[in-house]
Design a binder for this molecule. Structure first.
Ligand code: 5GP
Ligand code: ZN
Length: 134
């Protein structure tokens, strides 16, 4: 029999995680609760089209696990982060922008322009991209 206090802690932890997921748009997309054009999906990540594309190809690669920003990625997430970049290169090839070139961007927090607080990699290509970014 699990003591009542431990049960409460488990329940609180479970509920906190659930609430976090419920409020996050990209968690909903990862759970197929919000319709999106999915380009690629596996156990760890998903790639889908940005709703407001800034280039002919503008995709977002996200971990399925909720990670608020790059600041919040722990050592245990390093495999997932590497995987996201590998998948970004794979979809860039599929979209035929690997030869001409493409940009992968992770905005972290307000001054960098992060508006959705679930870590995501922008994959942009299909046009000449200016540098430095604004
Ligand atoms: P950030 O500004 O956080 O770096 O990027 C967030 C991106 O998410 C933006 O490019 C924005 O257009 C995209 N976005 C916001 N809401 C949705 C949505 O509901 N569906 C999709 N597919 N993309 C979204
Ligand atoms: Zn999330």
């Amino acid at each position: 029999m699990i003591p009542f206090f431990i049960q409460k802690v488990f329940y609180y932890t479970w509920w906190k995680g659930k609430m976090k997921m419920c409020g996050c748009l990209f968690c909903k997309i990862a759970a197929h609760e919000v319709p999106t054009t999915i380009i690629y999906e596996d156990d760890l990540c998903m790639v889908f089209e940005d709703i407001n594309p800034q280039a002919p190809v503008h995709l977002l690669a996200i971990p399925k696990k909720h990670i608020t920003s790059l600041n919040d990625a722990g050592e245990g997430d390093h495999n997932t982060l590497g995987h996201l970049l590998g998948v970004a290169a794979r979809v860039a090839k599929e979209k035929k922008i690997d030869g001409s070139g493409y940009r992968t961007v992770i905005n972290t927090n307000a001054e960098a322009g992060q508006t959705v607080f679930h870590l995501h990699v922008h994959i942009l290509g299909g046009r000449l991209l200016g540098w430095p970014p604004g």
